[in-house]
Design a protein. Structure first.
Length: 79
């Protein structure tokens, strides 16, 4: 009725949660001045593009002004 569970054939899989390595990864290299400058210029270019898109797009998003004068047909003038 109840089957007995078989043990995991690969015991290292079951013990992988408890495993701690004694090897530390190498320290990360610090970016050079030119890399930092390039990253900041790319960021500023992206931000300037977004700001420019908003500035150029705001007039299109504002409500349209109605016509300043109305045109009347000849039938409306009673001729």
């Amino acid at each position: 009725m109840f089957r007995r569970r078989e043990s995991v054939p690969f015991s290292f899989v079951a013990e992988s949660d408890r495993f701690r390595s004694n090897v530390t990864p190498p320290p990360r290299e610090r970016p050079s001045v030119s890399q930092l400058t390039a990253r900041s210029l790319v960021g500023l270019t992206v931000i300037a593009g977004l700001v420019g898109a908003v500035v150029l797009g705001l007039p299109a998003l504002s409500p349209a002004q109605g016509p300043t004068h109305t045109e009347q047909t000849e039938a409306a003038q009673g001729q």
